[in-house]
Ligand binder design. Structure first.
Ligand code: GLP
Length: 264
């Protein structure tokens, strides 16, 4: 795991966006895995700006989102499909047919999950997967106790997650308790993974992910198994890490090695 610690949330978004911009410049036909939640919004804004300034294009890109609420249609304002339309897709040149989000209204949601896996495989797999982090250590909607090799499937949300996400729903509005989510195995199959976490509320989950045991109790700890996982944190999210100074030291060493090799 490469651990990068930035001063604040804006710098985290900047760092994350730079990774995506480089990916698209080097491989314009990339397959991107995308995430929802409040954390990636600032990163998406930077990607939109880079597109508007002609630095990147999404014309050849394919995207797969991590998850969706079961029972919400794509036109529901709290659906993740709607979120992606508003926060990213409608502002860039990606063809509508190249964006995939699990179908929350599928007549057979179990078959829809299997189909999602087939679509990802048919696209050649995911080149770069973006992740946020739940306060309980979830990635996508892989709640604690999720199988570490799980594939796209229906997951029951924990009360904590339902409570955390209640802020997005109107009082009295129906809030789903089930989701369709890529599995941890699906996420681990991505060739590169980048996880962003900001704010004090994520500090315990960040510590469990990086320094805790590999365990289904903290689904994000599965990233310890990934060959190319980059974790970008702000100071607050990094504040519970016991080896903080060591991680900063590694980054300085990496930077000077790359400079010596002329690859910075
Ligand atoms: C939701 C999503 C996750 C996301 C998490 C954190 O539960 N399913 O993919 O990472 O929320 O959201 P936020 O970035 O708003 O803290």
């Amino acid at each position: 795991m490469q651990i990068v610690i930035q001063a604040d949330a804006a710098a985290v978004a900047e760092h994350g966006a730079a990774v995506f911009i480089r990916q698209l410049q080097q491989q314009p036909a990339s397959v991107l895995g995308l995430a929802t939640g409040s954390t990636p919004v600032a990163l998406y804004q930077r990607l939109i700006r880079a597109y508007q300034q002609g630095e990147i294009s999404f014309r050849q890109v394919k995207t797969f989102n991590l998850d969706e609420y079961l029972g919400l249609s794509g036109s529901h304002p709290q659906s993740y499909r709607y979120f992606m339309q508003q926060q990213l897709f409608k502002h860039i040149d990606i063809p509508a047919t190249a964006t995939a989000v699990p179908d929350g209204m599928a007549a057979d949601p179990i078959a829809a999950c299997e189909h999602y896996e087939q679509q990802i495989a048919a696209a050649g797999g995911i080149d770069l997967q973006l992740l946020g982090l739940g306060r309980n250590g979830h990635i996508g909607f892989n709640e604690p106790s999720s199988g570490l090799r799980s594939r796209t499937r229906i997951k029951t949300l924990t009360q904590d997650t339902i409570k955390d996400n209640a802020r997005f729903f109107q009082p009295g509005e129906y809030q789903p308790h089930l989701s369709l989510t890529m599995g941890i195995g699906t996420i681990l199959d991505a060739r590169k993974v980048i996880l962003l976490a900001t704010g004090k509320a994520k500090a315990q989950a960040v510590k469990a992910m990086i320094e805790g045991p590999l365990s289904a109790s903290c689904p994000a700890s599965a990233l310890q198994l990934h060959q190319q996982a980059l974790v970008v944190l702000d100071e607050e999210a990094a504040s519970e890490l016991s080896q903080l100074e060591f991680y900063r030291h590694i980054e300085r060493e990496n930077a000077s090695l790359l400079a010596r090799l002329g690859r910075s």
